[in-house]
Design a binder for this molecule. Structure first.
Ligand SMILES: [Fe+2]
Length: 155
């Protein structure tokens, strides 16, 4: 069984909290979004929260594989997360900007965990970080394109 130190394990737990908060963010925006691009963005956000749940599952099960428990609660996730647990926006542009920020915060933590896991020769955890960051880069590009298009239409 791969073994990583307590500092890295705690960061992995924090990443689970952060993706749980991100999941709720995407789901709340799926409900609350309004505007002319509603239908496409509403559907996109559904895909986003469904994939985010999968990411939570992969991180949680990785914790179990290295001998840890998740002990995840909503309160704990909210206070430990690097993603802000604040979902009061409703326009496509503002939601896109908020999700871009959240994705950058997830990517930053994933990069830290990648480097630490790699140093400790836990290649499976490092690989999981690569997969998550690949998703982050794809969706960050998508959101930036959505926000850019909306800015152009508003000119
Ligand atoms: Fe729905």
């Amino acid at each position: 069984m791969a073994k990583i130190n307590l500092e890295t394990t705690n960061k992995l737990r924090r990443l689970l909290s952060s993706w749980a908060v991100f999941y709720q963010k995407a789901h709340t925006f799926h409900w609350d979004v309004t505007g002319e691009n509603f239908l496409g963005f509403h559907k996109y956000l559904k895909q986003m929260y469904e994939e985010s749940v999968e990411h939570c599952d992969e991180i949680a099960e990785r914790l179990r594989q290295i001998g840890e428990r998740t002990e995840l609660t909503l309160n704990g996730a909210s206070s430990d997360s690097v993603v802000q647990d604040d979902n009061s926006l409703s326009t496509v542009n503002k939601i896109s900007q908020d999700l871009i920020t959240a994705i950058a915060q997830l990517t930053s933590l994933q990069t830290e965990i990648y480097n630490e896991a790699d140093e400790q020769r836990d290649y499976v955890t490092a690989n999981l970080m690569t997969q998550l960051s690949k998703w982050c880069e794809f969706n960050s590009w998508f959101l930036a394109s959505v926000a850019g298009e909306e800015n152009e239409t508003n000119m």
